[in-house]
Each structure stands twice: as C-alpha cells, then as structure tokens.
Write a new protein. Structure first.
Length: 149
C-alpha cells in the first residue's frame, strides 16, 4: 500500500528484483508529498521507501494529516484487454484506514489515462499500471514462433 498522499513521478530505479517485488505501486517511485495540498514537498530518499512507497505513515511521518482520513492505497489488476488501439487494464483500488477498507472501486487504464478516479488516485493507478506493463514485458522474454520447425 502506498501513502494516499503520495504523487508518484518516476521510478526510483529500473529493473525487477527482490527489493521491488512486493511494492504497492509495483516499483519504488520518487514523487511529491501532497499531504498538505497547498504545500507540495519533495521527500528525501530515507522517507520515500518506508513512508511514501509503503503507506501507513500515520504517527511516523510529520507531514501526515491528523484526522479520520485514509492510511494507504493498494491496487490489483482485474483483467487486461488488448486490441488494435492498445491495452485496457481493469484495476481495482482499495483505500484503507486502520487496515480496513475506507473506499474502493474499479478503475480503467488506457493509453488516454485512468478513468474513474480523482487526480491523485489516477496518478497512483497510472504508476501501478506502468509498473505492471513493464514487468509483463520483462517476463515475456524473446518472441518465439511456435510453428517454426
């Protein structure tokens, strides 16, 4: 689960490995903290990993808002449909508070962006879909013609 106030901008490093295998957005990301909307902040390296990329920063991060808001966001791929215009990825999101659902629903990722979400959730879903597609391409390996003899 990533922090619900984290705005992912770019992957922190390329490649798959044990250090990124289970990260909520599929990869480690750099980004902007939007916990205080009118005061965006660039987290340092020590903050990005354990707080921004993993969420549940309440009580640990000085910038995390007080109150009854969410603690973390997670995503999952429901299905992927490919056609001549590209891929459409159907996602589900769950925003959590105290490890329980706070809000949830479906999203749709296409080449035009993410449909069905507010701006910050859409950027997180975009990052997740981008990581998903990168991992999918990396796992495919070289194309082979199965009919060749």
């Amino acid at each position: 689960m990533s922090c619900p106030y984290f705005d992912p901008v770019a992957p922190r490093f390329a490649g798959s490995g044990p250090e990124t295998a289970m990260l909520p957005l599929g990869d480690a990301w750099t980004g902007i903290c939007r916990a205080t909307p009118d005061q965006p902040w660039q987290p340092d390296h020590a903050t990005l990993g354990p707080l921004c990329n993993l969420g549940y920063a309440r009580g640990t991060c000085a910038r995390f808002p007080q109150g009854d808001g969410p603690d973390a966001v997670r995503f999952a791929v429901s299905s992927e449909i490919s056609n001549d215009r590209g891929a459409t990825i159907h996602l589900y999101y769950v925003i959590e508070r105290d490890h329980h659902p706070f809000a949830y629903g479906p999203l749709e990722h296409t080449s035009a962006g993410v449909q069905g979400a507010g701006p910050l959730l859409a950027r997180q879903a975009q990052a997740y879909a981008r990581s998903y597609l990168r991992r999918k391409r990396a796992g495919r390996g070289p194309e082979r013609n199965i009919d060749a003899r």
